[in-house]
Design a protein around this ligand. Structure first.
Ligand code: AHR
Length: 378
């Protein structure tokens, strides 16, 4: 932990001296509430978005019945109470990570902090999410936060928000729509998470004298079409394919859920005799996979037969490492609320906002879990 803090401080200083933190800089957000500036060399740029809440009215149509919805607002983006009305189209409630992200948003966008928060749980249904976006536009919220369930299919909805002068902030996952259609994005570098997982595995096999063995790897994918799934898969496979002796045996979706992880792992155990590694694309899938492995009389974790790699690094994921079930957890930081609020604060003042901001994330092997867990925020 201390080592990581020193690294973050050094990187921040290097960025400031080397780059002057100009237009190509990205803000990297830590799970502890601080931020550093990172220069990727790529031209991501920044953008000034002035919020222009017009006095819009609702025609009563739209997604009033879509998903689980908690509405606290008037029909006007410039609320008479002076509160800023923010609509959040959330993916769903499929995982512990997702609940932590929802909590971060709800704790941030409170009336005490000056917001009317309109939260919609879209239940992992893109149609529901598009209806929610439509309603936000019709009712004239001042800002829209969108966590896209899948990458494609948001162009029309974003264009409507843009035409209505409502800035859209994308969080967590990526979309394929042109960046000119939304104000900014805050989230995770999923391909890097995938590469981190594979690099950890390569080092682990080396440390255990297994680097020249054939390694059979089975992946439990996240939800189809989600950038968290495609990014983690591409990142992991990029490193895996360069190894020569890693066999990517199978990959099936577990839908980022415990039940999905259990079902896929059970099917793998029935079908394949020789499984060295199970890559579970989130903690919930890993919990289900571990259950299936134990039920089948097999073992996993640092002292078991099957190496379990997981993503998210929730408190429950840390506990599973402490319990000896998971070998490593690749962090995905869900605490985006305060950073989105800071973007809104800037946009309210007509200031320039960062177009792309990556959350700061680490790699946590089982042997560090007990020391690190007490300081975790989710
Ligand atoms: O998009 C982030 C992913 O979605 C998290 O890894 C997973 O737990 C969630 O459901």
């Amino acid at each position: 932990m201390i080592k990581r803090r020193i690294w973050v401080a050094v990187l921040a200083m290097m960025c400031m001296f080397a780059s002057g933190c100009g237009n190509d800089d990205m803000i990297v957000l830590t799970p502890y509430g601080d931020a550093i500036i990172q220069n990727e060399g790529s031209s991501t740029g920044t953008r000034t978005t002035a919020a222009s809440p017009a006095g819009r009215t609702s025609d009563g149509n739209g997604a009033a019945t879509a998903g689980e919805q908690e509405t606290a607002g008037t029909e006007d983006g410039s609320d008479p109470s002076g509160l800023i009305r923010v609509g959040f189209a959330q993916v769903g409630a499929e995982s512990g990570w997702r609940l932590a992200q929802t909590q971060s948003m709800k704790e941030t966008f409170t009336e005490e902090n000056g917001y009317l928060f309109d939260f919609v749980d879209c239940n992992n249904n893109q149609k529901t999410q598009l209806q929610a976006l439509e309603r936000f536009v019709e009712e004239g919220v001042r800002y829209i936060i969108l966590d896209p369930i899948v990458e494609d299919g948001y162009e029309d909805a974003l264009r409507k928000a843009q035409d209505a002068g409502i800035p859209v902030i994308i969080v967590d996952r990526n979309i394929s729509a042109d960046a000119s259609l939304y104000a900014c994005w805050v989230g995770s570098d999923f391909a890097r998470e995938g590469r981190d997982a594979a690099q950890w595995l390569a080092a682990y096999l080396r440390e255990n004298g297994r680097e020249s063995e054939d390694v059979n790897i089975l992946t439990i994918l996240g939800s189809d079409g989600a950038s968290a799934t495609t990014g983690r898969t591409e990142g992991f496979e990029e490193i895996a394919k360069a190894q020569g002796n890693w066999n990517l045996v199978d990959r099936q979706t577990g839908d980022f859920s415990k039940d999905g992880g259990y079902a896929v792992m059970k099917a793998y155990l029935d079908k394949y005799d020789d499984i060295d590694v199970a890559v579970c694309q989130n903690d919930d899938e890993a919990f289900g996979a571990v259950e299936a492995i134990k039920e089948a009389g097999r073992t996993c974790g640092p002292k078991g037969d099957i190496i379990i790699i997981s993503f998210d690094a929730t408190a429950a994921g840390f506990q599973a490492m402490i319990d000896g079930d998971i070998n490593v957890d690749i962090e995905c930081n869900p605490l985006e609320g305060p950073f989105v609020a800071e973007l809104i604060r800037k946009m309210e003042k007509g200031e320039t906002v960062e177009e792309i901001q990556y959350m700061e994330e680490g790699v946590f092997p089982a042997e560090e879990a007990a020391d690190v867990l007490p300081a975790r925020a989710y």
